[in-house]
Write a protein that binds this ligand. Sequence first.
Ligand code: AGP
Length: 372
Amino acid sequence: ASAEKGGFPSFMEKEIFDQPAAVADTLLGRSDADGRLTLDELRIAPEELAEISKIVVLACGTSAYAGSVAKYAIESWCRIPVEVELSHEFRYREPIVDEKTLIVSISQSGETMDTLMAVRYAKEQGAKTMSICNTNGSTIPRESDAVLYTHAGPEIAVASTKAFLAQITATYLLGLYLAQLRGNLFQGQIKDILADLGKIPSKIQDILDRAEEIKDLARNMSDANSVLFLGRHVGYPVAMEGALKLKEIAYIHAEGFAAGELKHGPIALIDDGQPVFVVVPSPRGRDSLHSKVVSNIQEVRARGAKTLVIAEDGDSAVKDFSEWVFYVPETPTLLMPLLATVPLQIFACELASAKGFDVDQPRNLAKSVTVE
Ligand code: AGP
């Protein structure tokens, strides 16, 4: 088993370190030199895809957070409305879907019963179904009209890491493909975004090379009994995912919030010493998103929070308000989750290990949930 872990103490840590390859392999062979997407494998005719009027993403857990990230990118690039819904919630209301709806299910295992049942239901209603999946030949892609495989390689640890980054990557390819089909972006824009995606693996590597900075923090926080995570825009699902990782393997109460929601309630939770991770968007982005989040850091800090910040290289504005800062390389805002998630994964993995837990086999959880 230790050989299979490639010298790492756990599958989870190995899989975190596999992420440059997971993203690179998911991008590989899916566009040509001119930046044209070539998703011939999809099995849905381009004319049909060009006609869809909305996308509904169905998934559970971490895969649903990948869907939440995808919503921002696909809506921005394709101007198609994207809903993201937990499979088990979708299935048992009366969702409005028809022939012009594209269902995009996201599942690492391809066997999650909640998602399978939701896909079957949508298909019965006449929707087109596309599966983003990491497991070749599994049930959900077999039952879907189309499939786009993530090429993360087998994921063994119960807590999903590399599949998540590969899922985000695959949804981005899908978004760019739809933008190409529908003419929403110029070819040059698609080419530029693909070039930025192509740089992500080495930027993840840069983060992994500095893992020790994050591990140090995690080891010092092994007695924490609650950790909060804040983010805005694409940083919001990243915050949710950071919290889920900590619950799953370190059994610590953790919650992710949209930073703008703080003043509507959650800020009451902040008291002296409360650890709060904040995912800060690029200061180069539009819409004053950055300054809004910096104010949120100040607000929680003023109430005694211990502020732990993930920010972009060169962002000096956060320094004065943070107990600890980890810088990730520069990238366009929409691609930021592919970087900002990584330190949160390392943090959870190291903290759980420091507490002596088996990070690969957390209590009460199974790798694939095949019951409804
Ligand atoms: C992630 O760390 C979880 N173990 C869990 O939330 C998982 O993402 C969820 O059960 C969905 O699984 P799937 O991607 O195989 O469908």
